[in-house]
Ligand binder design. Structure first.
Ligand code: EPU
Length: 329
């Protein structure tokens, strides 16, 4: 059997026994009916949140479903139904071109629409869940279902679709609601400061500002293999946080509605002296410590060794466990 190369933004060489791509629900149902979707299988998007530690001895599925359809609109908002295989940033660009508000802060996030609904991608004060109305999916048994946003149980970088028993559902389309009335989220980090160099606050200028902030902080996978944030920001109880803040008064943090506190893992990692440091062919990115990079020729095991060393040091110094956001295969 010819092994198939699996694309991933970490630039790690990895193969699967078989790659099945489909461009419509009908093609997916056909694959299911023909018995081609055999265990074990793994459904992927653009490979921007995956780390292969070995070749995948099974079938990889990938949606190529395209299309952005308006399904409802009024003066205030528009509902669109988008194919899981649409490039996320092309969708954001389309929204900005149409004058639809809501997705612009999520500009330049690598990956595809289907993954946005699994991962609840987020940046600069906005998460995919703020826009998602419903998710269409097909099960491995060929059942078709529409999941409401509530059913999707969205939380920080989490959803129903991340549960192991949900791996049998393949997302085919995502429904989003965008605003047709001006509505920006500009209070995160350096957005306002960056926007100040533009003559006015418009959708296009917000998108350009976000793109320039990301380009300054995050490595381009085409140049330096990476999967964006490698770790999730840890969320701790107030009782854990208060003494830490006493010890490290400059520790950045965000209070959550439920009383817990989110601490930027990038800061914790930097305090441990890991920012810019390497271990073999893997390194902690020098402009954003939350990102691990492949210096060229790294294996998945090299990245995991670095990740383990970083987690261990963060735990030793702060007593906080940090966990990968990236899916290890
Ligand atoms: N910080 C440091 N050192 C670092 C990195 C960050 O001290 O090396 C501090 C910053 O000074 C700041 C705070 O940590 O006070 C937060 O930093 P930043 O705004 O860069 O955001 P983040 O929490 O590190 C998250 C997302 C990013 C997203 C940014 C912006 C996660 C896991 N990551 O990073 O998402 O772009 O916020 O909203 O939540 C991704 O998921 O791949 C991703 C890049």
């Amino acid at each position: 059997m010819t092994k198939q190369k699996i694309a991933n933004t970490f630039g790690i060489e990895a193969t699967a026994n078989r790659l099945l791509e489909y461009a419509s629900e009908e093609e997916l149902l056909q694959l299911i009916r023909s018995g081609a979707v055999t265990e074990p299988y793994l459904h992927v998007g653009a490979g921007s949140n995956l780390l292969f530690t070995k070749d995948y001895e099974g079938t990889v599925l990938h949606s190529l479903i395209q299309g952005i359809e308006v399904v409802r609109q009024d003066d205030d908002s528009v509902d669109v139904r988008v194919g899981a295989g649409v490039c996320w940033d092309s969708f954001v660009d389309y929204c900005v071109e149409q004058g639809w508000y809501g997705a612009e802060n999520l500009s330049l996030i690598p990956g595809e629409v289907g993954a946005s609904a699994v991962q609840n991608i987020g940046a600069y004060g906005v998460e995919a869940k703020d826009l998602i109305l419903a998710v269409e999916a097909v099960s491995r048994e060929g059942e078709q279902r529409l999941f409401s946003a509530d059913e999707c149980a969205y939380a920080y970088r989490d959803s129903l679709f991340k549960r192991p028993d949900m791996k049998r559902w393949f997302i085919t389309r995502v429904h989003y609601r965008l605003s047709r009335c001006e509505r920006f989220t500009l209070d995160y980090g350096a957005i306002r400061q960056t926007l100040a160099s533009f003559p006015s606050v418009t959708l296009k200028h917000v998108r350009q500002s976000i793109i320039s902030i990301r380009r300054a902080k995050l490595p381009d996978p085409a140049q330096l293999g990476n999967a964006g944030s490698f770790f999730m920001n840890p969320i701790v109880a107030r009782e854990t946080f208060d003494p830490l803040l006493g010890q490290y008064p400059s520790m950045p943090h965000y209070l959550l509605e439920d009383g817990r506190v989110k601490i930027p893992a990038g800061w914790l990692i930097e305090q441990c002296g890991w920012k810019g440091r390497s271990l073999g062919r893997a390194a902690v990115y020098d402009k954003q410590a939350l990102v691990l990079v492949n210096l060229g020729g790294a294996t998945g095991a090299d990245i995991v060794a670095l990740s383990d060393a970083v987690c261990r040091d963060v735990y030793r110094k702060f007593g906080i466990s940090i966990h990968p956001e990236v899916n290890l295969i």
